[in-house]
Structure formats: C-alpha cells, structure tokens
Design a protein. Structure first.
Lengths: 114, 114
C-alpha cells in the first residue's frame, strides 16, 4: 500500500535558521510528490511538486524540496526561515492506477520564533 | 480569480440529522474531491468525482454519499450524522486525473455534530 510519512509532528526553530521538514514515502512505482502549506484557519495552498527530471524542485514562498529515490524521501527546505512560515505543512503522494488520488501525510506543524 | 467555494463555513448539527455540504468551482475542472481533516490524521479522502454522475469511493466513504449533477458543483451528504463525523471537511478540484494535475482546495467546512 502507498503511504506518506512525516515523522516530525512539530518542529520549532528560530527566525533566520534553516528549516528542513522530512517526508518519506512508500510506493512501488515512480511517485509524484507534493508539498502543501496550511496556515491557521485556512485551507491548503500548493507549494511545489516533483514529477520527473531535476531532483531539486523550487516552489512558491522561497521553498524547495529534494527528491531522493535512494531513501524514498522528499524533504522540504528553506533558508532562512521567517516567522511568517509558521504553519502546518503536508507532504502528499499521487498514486497511479485508474484513480489518481492524493494521499497525505499527517503533517508537520512548524513554529518559527522571532 | 479561480477558486473552490465551500458552504457553509461552520455548521452545528444534532446527531441523527441530515447534513448537506456544498462545494462549487469556477474552473471547469473535471475532477472533484471531498476530504476530511482530523487532528493528527492529516487529510483522508472520502469521495472522488471524475465528472457529472461519475463518483468513486475514497478511503473512508462509510456514512457519506455524494452528488454531482453539474460539473461545477459537488455535494457531500451525511444521512443521520454521527458525533464521530465532527471534523473539518475540505473540497478540492483538479483539471483531470493526470498525476501532474494541480489541486485547488476550498476553505473548508467545520462541522460539529452534538
């Protein structure tokens, strides 16, 4: 079965530091991977996606993610972090087959302290 | 501005009552989705609709049904609501079922079943 794991439920860091949010996946075929951000009380906003090609993908709001097939990871990065980056971040995987459904990880709540 | 609109934003219902959650999109997207979000569980797919009257169960369809009579509208129905259906419900749409499709999410409906 396909799955997405975000092992860190909560990450706290200081403004100006580098952030890296971890995501690992389990999928037998080539994955399509996404990162979404959810600010408090709001809906999910698209950050970036990996389809094929370059393993480092750049997205909105200064974020980038690196796809590593060797360890089935798709970690989200940004440097430096800003207090406005405080939000919940979701990694997601699109499964193949006849139904292309987004499968989400449980999310990582990021707190950036000023 | 392209968007997914959900109504209502907040809803309180008594156990056993019927609940109707509505979702609309103005992008002529073929595919629409209903997810629920619970603390610590990420987003779970309830139903997916590939077009008018072409619906498919997601991962947690029990207790829910859907209706899509027009491409721009997708309704989620809870017949005889239960307290464990208290959740935040998100509607989403995408232009197709291709894995490189981008998904647009609505602002969510917070449902409390008492």
């Amino acid at each position: 079965a396909q799955s997405v794991d975000q092992p860190d439920a909560h990450v706290t860091l200081s403004e100006g530091a580098s952030l890296e949010l971890r995501c690992s996946y389990s999928y037998s075929a080539a994955p399509y991977l996404f990162w979404y951000v959810q600010y408090p009380g709001q809906s999910l906003q698209f950050l970036l996606k990996y389809i094929t090609g370059d393993t480092v993908v750049k997205g909105t709001k200064g974020f980038e993610a690196e796809f590593r097939k060797s360890n089935s990871s798709f970690n989200l990065k940004k440097s430096p972090a800003h207090w406005s980056d405080s939000a919940k971040y979701f990694c997601a995987l699109v499964r193949g087959g006849s139904n292309y459904k987004l499968t989400f990880g449980k999310g990582t709540l990021l707190t950036v302290t000023p | 501005d392209m968007k997914v609109t959900q109504m209502p934003r907040y809803l309180i219902k008594r156990m056993g009552e019927n609940v109707l959650l509505e979702c609309g999109q103005d992008m002529s997207h073929e595919t629409m989705y209903w997810y629920r979000q619970d603390p610590g569980l990420g987003l779970q797919l309830i139903y997916i609709s590939y077009d008018v009257d072409s619906n498919s169960e997601g991962d947690i369809p029990k207790g829910y049904r859907v209706s899509r009579k027009k491409r721009e509208h997708f309704s989620l129905i809870l017949d005889s609501a239960k307290t464990n259906q208290t959740s935040v419900y998100f509607c989403a749409s995408s232009p197709g079922t291709g894995r490189n499709s981008d998904y647009t999410f609505g602002s969510g409906t917070r449902l409390l079943v008492i």
